[in-house]
Design a protein around this ligand. Structure first.
Ligand code: APR
Length: 239
């Protein structure tokens, strides 16, 4: 493998809820998805948290417990195997707040929408591991105040890692999107940035998405099948 230029990864993979679907984690916009039971603005906005914190805490406590009871699927495993081969030449940017990439063995994962398993203190801004359910109002491990919120990026808030992501998109040779509808920016625009800088672009998704037309190649299928197939090609061809 020729190393990435200046430490910039040669391959950037963007994942969305679709990569975790076969692990049993509901997606947002498919039938039976997460938003079905809730309006986004009722649970995933700072205003919702301001107006009805208990409902928001209950929503994320339930998702945190549900994710703890599921397991990574072959798509997560394949990306972890690819990282074992490519090291710093691979960066996974995920919109997902579950920890299935990490539990499959990936270590180079950028959670641009935050993580279910972490919390942020509204009193001292410290970010730390979630101490269990937040509805009962546990104390912050740093300052002791009982003002913890999920360390999840809500609509209207700034996603994490955008500078690092922009650098990676500008320098990568290949950009792959897996299991995302392309419904939410800035992630939906990453393919345009990568291709503007000359990267090859590939979409691996169960169905056509809002951004399929921006990819040089799009393969339809279950992530647990099409992701291992693609990873196998990369490892065989040493691309
Ligand atoms: N394999 C591959 N793709 C799948 C599978 C599967 N088994 N199941 C579903 N998909 C695809 C769907 O076709 C859809 O295009 O995954 C995509 C899921 O889209 P969304 O539910 O919109 O999830 P995502 O794209 O991650 O949403 C982006 O929106 O609500 C916000 O913050 C939330 O991070 C989320 C963001």
């Amino acid at each position: 493998m020729t190393p990435g230029l200046g430490g910039v990864p040669r391959i950037v993979v963007l994942t969305g809820a679709g990569i975790s679907a076969e692990s049993g984690v509901p997606t947002f916009r498919d039938a039976g998805g997460l938003w079905e039971g809730h309006r986004v603005e009722d649970v995933a906005t700072p205003e919702a948290f301001e107006q009805d914190p208990d409902t928001v805490q209950r929503f994320y406590d339930a998702r945190r417990r549900a994710v703890a009871s599921v397991a990574p699927n072959p798509a997560h495993d394949a990306l972890a195997a690819l990282e074992r081969e490519l090291g710093d030449d691979l960066l996974v940017v995920t919109q997902n707040i579950d920890d299935l990439h990490e539990r499959a063995g990936s270590t180079r994962v950028l959670h641009m929408h935050g993580e279910l398993g972490r919390v942020r203190c509204l009193a001292c801004e410290a970010r730390s591991e979630a101490p269990g359910d937040l509805l009962p109002g546990p104390p912050c491990q740093n300052c002791g105040e009982r003002m913890l919120r999920p360390d999840v990026v809500w609509f209207g808030e700034m996603p994490y890692g955008l500078d690092e992501i922009d650098l990676a998109l500008a320098g990568c040779e290949t950009f792959v999107a897996i299991g995302t509808s392309g419904a939410v920016h800035p992630a939906a625009g990453f393919v345009l940035t990568a291709s503007a800088f000359g990267a090859e672009t590939l979409e691996l998704n169960l169905a056509g998405s809002e951004i399929t037309s921006f990819f040089a190649e799009s393969r339809l299928g279950l992530a647990s099948l099409v992701v291992p197939e693609w990873v196998g090609e990369v490892l065989r061809e040493g691309r």
